[in-house]
Design a protein around this ligand. Sequence first.
Ligand SMILES: [Zn+2]
Ligand SMILES: [Zn+2]
Length: 255
Amino acid sequence: MICCSLNSGSNGNCIYLEAEGVKLLFDAGISGKRTAERLATCGRDVRDVQAVIISHDHVDHIRCAGILNRKFGLPVYMTRQTYLAGRRYAPGPIYDLRHFRPGEALTFASVTVQTVRTPHDGAEPVAFVISDGYRRVGILTDLGHVFRGLGELLRKLDAVFLESNYDPQMLASGPYSQYLKRRIAGEGGHLSNVESAELVAGVGNGRLQWVALSHLSQVNNTPELARRTHLEIAGGGCPIHVAGRHGPSELLRVE
Ligand SMILES: [Zn+2]
Ligand SMILES: [Zn+2]
């Protein structure tokens, strides 16, 4: 399996994954042009993508779902509630829209995308576990809080894009309103560096080939701080990458 984060954060999310000849995009938070350009830098053609799968209705995940469909003819998958709630952020028609239920598994040839309901504050949010029958990769962002079963899910993964949104001190002392601070740190918000690192520390089985810290806040985090927190709490058991807010990651392989 090969993965690449094309962009990660509240300014737009999109992850590319290919396995066994199946090519998928997860979320559509950056423009069609940018998506195509960044895939091209990885030597991939956006028109070869078989499906765009949307995690939830927030603008940084759904914004360009329609564009990817209309410009490149890609089928778009999302739950019905995500579609209904997200229409205001993703204007224009989607000519090939396919619904799934949260918790349902989607199949593309020999690749399975297991959707996992999360307690994030979207209309009907899901995370993803992708399997080619040999290896399993998680795309786990916008998680709400460390919900029951999340640690167990992580233990079965070979690699993971894992939310590491904010540093608790930076959030507490930062410029956000009290309302926003409570939302981010609350039950339906995002995972902190500490929560994320503790999850990885809890796995402790050496199965993870890499962790890509994802959905970092621009205001309440830095890549260095996220990485340092992970090294301090989880140790350096596997490589730690940071999925950037302004460009694609390297190609991340899962052997
Ligand atoms: Zn988000
Ligand atoms: Zn969200």
